[in-house]
Design a protein. Structure first.
Length: 437
């Protein structure tokens, strides 16, 4: 099963705009705080979304004592703390380090690993990616070269079901039925088949090869390399060969067009005989009370861990099947999404006003007002053209403009004709519902 890294000893989408690249990668972390309109923001990397109940307690304590009290989940399964005091950095780093959430200060922004959140829990997929997750995180933290990766560079560990493969990572490990792995490099038409025992090492070597191939520090993603992913493929093969890792060229499987989130409810089918609880979080914002309930449920009734998903949900593994229904009811009573066909299904938004100075609209309030029947497509509300945290695949894009809002359907790199809505919330909700189908 997915496992959190044991706490080691602690030491005390690209914009392409030259103005952004000139100042370097400003992606926030837990040591480099971002200063928003509502205070400082810390983004705590959680590889694979896995936190222990004890680590969750620390995050909740820090959010309450140093910030607004809520935990904000991100599209990479990380946790953000908002409205922090400007002088809280030293205390924040110390407590995160003590809890094991900051195993290597030099690598804290590069531990960008997403993993299939139900891997090992429902009998689906080709293998449990938990061992790869722990190995790759440890290898990243042990590589001085890897510290040079951008905070935007993304690894995905997919158990074969295609959920996180659809997120468009720079490097993706796909589990195979034979116990091996496919290493997908960006959008290259050819993937590399590698032994499962060397999958994590192969991913690290590929990341280091990317750094060697990058023409400058402003090249953050594989797609930005001269020649793109295809140009990197041969360099990765050579790096694997020098490391004694056999790699065979195979046609890369088609990447799923939509990243499918775990359905809310009770999850069964894992080898352990236990169940898991999958819940959604409206707009990815977990209140202090909800977070405490999730942590307590994991500690007292689960295996002691939580899994934060890239779809801003939470999975509680290791629950006895006979207790699952009652536990799920308790989570539902706390206003978490616990079943299918919730009006919140597929609805997301950036922080918007008043938290972000660049936002032109309070998109969270508008999204809540527009929640209605479940649509065929997910919808994401953005307060400005940056579209921070937007989903992948096919989705409805609602973006604030100086004149109002624009609504369009996005499918990969293509975008339908936008519908401009200058009227009030009711007209906007109608336009969004029509676009969602």
């Amino acid at each position: 099963m997915l496992a959190a890294m044991p706490p080691p000893a602690v030491s005390p989408q690209p914009t392409g705009e030259s103005s952004v690249r000139a100042r370097g990668d400003a992606c926030p972390g837990s040591l480099r705080l971002h200063h928003a309109d509502d205070g400082a923001l810390a983004r705590v990397r959680v590889p694979g979304g896995v936190v222990t109940a004890g680590q969750a307690d620390v995050l909740g304590e820090l959010a309450l004592r140093l910030g607004e009290g809520d935990i904000h989940l991100t599209s990479r399964g990380n946790a953000q703390l908002r409205a922090l005091a400007a002088d809280c950095g030293a205390e924040l780093a110390l407590r995160l380090g003590e809890s094991g959430l900051l195993p290597s200060p030099r690598h804290e922004r590069v531990r960008n690993l997403v993993a299939s959140p139900l891997s090992g829990l429902d009998g689906r997929g080709c293998g449990d990616v938990g061992p790869w997750l722990a190995q790759l995180d440890a290898l990243l933290c042990g590589s001085e070269r890897a510290a040079g990766l951008s905070g935007r560079f993304l690894f995905a560990l997919d158990d074969g079901r295609g959920d996180v493969d659809a997120l468009g990572a720079d490097l993706t490990l796909l589990a195979r039925d034979d116990g091996g792995a496919l290493l997908r490099i960006g959008t290259a038409a050819t993937a590399l088949s590698v032994p499962g025992a060397h999958a994590a090492r192969a991913a690290l070597l590929a990341a280091e090869a990317f750094l060697d191939a990058a023409p400058d520090a402003g090249t953050w993603r594989v797609a930005e390399l001269p020649g793109g992913a295809e140009a990197l493929l041969d360099a990765v093969v050579r790096a694997l060969g020098r490391a004694g890792i056999d790699a065979a060229h195979v046609a890369a499987p088609a990447r799923p067009s939509t990243a499918a989130a775990p359905e809310p409810g009770i999850v069964t089918g894992g080898r352990s005989g236990t169940a898991a609880l999958s819940v959604g979080v409206p707009l990815g914002r977990v209140t202090a009370a909800q977070w405490r309930l999730l942590s307590d449920t994991a500690r007292r009734a689960g295996d002691g861990t939580l899994r934060l998903t890239p779809w801003r949900g939470v999975v509680v593994p290791g629950v006895l099947p006979g207790r699952a229904a009652a536990l799920l009811d308790a989570l539902g009573s706390a206003a978490l999404v616990t079943g299918p066909r919730s009006p919140w299904e597929g609805v997301g938004a950036c922080i918007g006003r008043p938290g972000c100075a660049k936002s032109l609209s309070d998109v969270r309030e508008l999204a809540a007002a527009a929640v209605g029947p479940v649509g065929a497509l997910p919808v994401y509300w953005s307060g400005c053209a940056r579209r921070c945290g937007h989903p992948h695949g096919r989705w409805v894009d609602v973006v604030a403009t100086p004149e109002g809002h624009e609504v369009s359907v996005v499918h990969g790199d293509s975008r339908g004709a936008p519908v401009a809505v200058a009227a009030g919330p009711d007209a906007l909700a109608t336009a969004v519902a029509a676009a969602r189908g």
